[in-house]
Ligand binder design. Structure first.
Ligand code: AMP
Length: 114
């Protein structure tokens, strides 16, 4: 089922897009939890982590991690460090069922997460 992220991919609703390839899109989170908070998403609809097929999606996931590293450098948070998060399902706190990687940085992160 399509989500709000499909509408962002299709330019039906606006977003602050910071990176795009044929396969992935990255844009600023509308409700940032850190000075840098970017969502990196595949353009194809994969609802959640448990829908990932390792072999089928390996290249796509690699591209998402490359984008995270590229953006971390561009945003100046690569050296100090950052956090990458995939929330999965209800207990994981997932709200939007279109796979997305949170790139969070620019402040000290805490552990354990809330
Ligand atoms: P999650 O809880 O992992 O599903 O994260 C969904 C994230 O999407 C949240 O951090 C929201 O703030 C963010 N979000 C929801 N709608 C939008 C939107 N239209 N543009 C940018 N970020 C959004």
């Amino acid at each position: 089922m399509s989500t709000i992220f499909s509408k962002i991919i299709n330019r039906e609703i606006p977003a602050d897009i910071v990176y795009e390839t044929d396969n992935i899109l990255a844009f600023k989170d509308i409700n940032p939890q850190a000075p840098v908070h970017i969502l990196i998403i595949p353009k194809i609809e994969i609802p959640k982590v448990t829908d990932i097929k390792g072999k089928e999606h390996a290249e796509l996931l690699g591209e998402m991690f490359d984008a995270a590293n590229h953006l971390a450098k561009e945003m100046g948070i690569a050296e100090d460090g950052f956090r990458l998060v995939f929330n999965c399902g209800n207990n994981g706190g997932q709200e939007v069922y279109h796979l997305h990687m949170h790139l969070l940085g620019g402040r000290q992160m805490k552990w354990p997460p809330g």
